[in-house]
Design a protein around this ligand. Structure first.
Ligand SMILES: *Cc1c(COP(=O)(O)O)cnc(C)c1O
Length: 481
């Protein structure tokens, strides 16, 4: 039998030189796009005609890559989510970095499956987890896994805590009659109730502990609520401390929570989605005191540490419990002593995913390229710009700061010139986004709609903070005339 000619098999190109040339061009174009971000509007809405252009039936035949790339340049690239831009100040968004995006090219072509088995990428991930544990101060035996983000990382921690509370049976029998309760501050992220929901415990099982005037969890309220639930026959099992709340950047008193958790036999989890990154800064590390006592920590490399999306991380202090929460013995995947199927435990024994991309490479390269000092520099600059912004707000008679600035988040508003200040400030934020001047987001602080500037992008400087305030003032005077 004649073999099939090589050039007729599979999807590889017949002529690699065209692929190579197009790849080089894409990289050049994207670096130009990134380098010129400051010169364009922060955000542009994708026009309806272009959205409509995407809606076509699934292609039956192929199309040259160069044409598809033109579609990308025309239909996708101009309408980014804006997080590459120095005046992106909304939500909690990382800006990416060169070591990270170059790593992504390698990851895509290397294309290894990181669910497990005996290969180098697994070792790179283990190293990244060891570094992560070292950065937040957890002990060397800590296990962990990279996930899409802190939503999943918090979810994994809830499942390990659930396993710790109820034992092996919970995995096969479910919750049964156990009435578990968990505790987090009222400023905790929405993914915490969602994790309890997804874990079958139910979001009502999450007790929202009031936050004090500093937006940190009230410790005596926590003690009272745990005792009341226990007296009512419920089973408190988990307390979540937040290291960096989304609204204001407040950091719970993690040391105090650790003490209460120990006394009450609760699992102590820290949601440090962005705030845990501040542990690498000698200046901010003291604010996180107590994180090193956590049973588990969730955080993101894709936020303050600027690793390209997505890169979440969960760390668990108790390797055995962690593995016993996820490991299964699927016959066709049982670990071998030798060969490609060896090298346990695998990432798939530590989290919900089997097939996984090589997320660890971009984290490994980012940490090697900048070191913890480089990341600390990003953290400290963001906090300095936030302080500069708060000082400018204090000098502007029509503006009002709405919450203390702990880290890099500044909540303020235009405090005069309209009956309905909430509507006015909301409109100002939308206009800032639509005109492309800057992209803060909004939040509600004590019933007041706040303009929320979160300085996460490593490209943001004090002039960008001034551009935001100049924009706010110009829009508010034009609205209130
Ligand atoms: C962003 C964030 C999350 C969710 O993380 P994702 O990576 O978006 O899933 C959870 N908690 C806090 C405090 C956050 O800032």
């Amino acid at each position: 039998m004649n073999d099939i000619p090589l050039h007729q098999t599979g999807l590889d190109p017949e002529d690699w030189s065209q692929t190579r040339a197009l790849g080089h061009r894409m990289l050049d174009d994207m670096i130009d796009w990134l380098a010129s971000s400051r010169d364009r509007p922060v955000w542009q809405r994708m026009p309806d005609e272009k959205r409509a252009e995407l809606r076509v039936p699934v292609p039956a035949g192929g199309q040259p890559m160069a044409e598809i790339y033109e579609d990308f340049r025309r239909l996708v690239l101009p309408y980014s989510s804006a997080n590459e831009h120095p005046r992106m100040m909304g939500w909690v968004n990382g800006g990416g970095n060169a070591a990270g995006y170059l790593a992504e090219i390698l990851t895509a072509i290397f294309n290894v499956n990181c669910g497990g088995r005996d290969h180098a990428a697994i070792e790179v991930e283990r190293q990244v987890i060891a570094w992560a544990a070292e950065m937040v101060g957890l002990p060397p035996q800590t296990t962990g896994v990279l996930l899409t983000g802190s939503s999943m990382a918090n979810m994994v921690a809830v499942l390990v805590a659930r396993r710790a509370a109820l034992g092996e049976e919970v995995r096969t029998q479910g919750l049964g009659a156990a009435r578990l309760t968990a505790y987090a501050s009222s400023a905790a992220h929405g993914c915490i109730p969602r994790a309890l929901d997804m874990a079958g415990i139910g979001s009502d099982a999450l007790r929202l502990v009031p936050a004090g005037p500093d937006y940190r969890m009230d410790m005596s309220a926590l003690r009272t609520m745990v005792a009341a639930d226990r007296a009512a026959g419920l089973r408190p099992f988990l307390v979540v401390g937040t290291a960096g709340t989304v609204d204001t950047g407040a950091i719970d008193d993690l040391g105090a929570i650790a003490g209460i958790a120990r006394g009450a036999g609760l699992w102590f989890h820290v949601d440090g989605a962005f705030g845990a990154t501040a542990a690498v800064s000698p200046r901010f590390r003291p604010l996180l005191a107590g994180i090193e006592e956590a049973d588990s920590v969730a955080f993101d490399f894709h936020k303050w540490a600027q690793v390209p999306y997505d890169a979440g991380c969960v760390l668990v202090r108790h390797p055995d419990l962690h593995i016993r929460t996820f490991a299964q013995s699927l016959a066709y995947l049982t670990h071998a002593e030798r060969g490609l199927a060896g090298n346990p435990p695998w990432p798939r024994d530590l989290g919900p995913d089997l097939s996984r991309e090589f997320r660890a490479l971009k984290v490994w390269m980012t940490l090697k390229a900048y070191g913890t000092q480089g990341i600390a520099g990003v953290v400290e600059t963001g906090c300095d710009v936030a302080r500069y912004l708060a000082a400018r707000i204090a000098r502007e008679p029509t503006l009002e700061l709405l919450a203390p600035v702990t880290l890099n988040i500044v909540c303020f508003r235009v405090a005069s010139g309209a009956q309905d200040l909430n509507a006015l400030n909301h409109e100002i934020v939308v206009r800032l986004q639509e005109t492309g001047i800057a992209a803060p987001s909004t939040t509600t602080i004590d019933g007041k709609l706040a303009i929320r500037a979160a300085l996460f992008n490593h490209r943001t400087v004090c002039a960008d903070a001034d551009a935001l305030i100049d924009g706010v003032l110009a829009l508010s005077s034009s609205r209130t005339k």
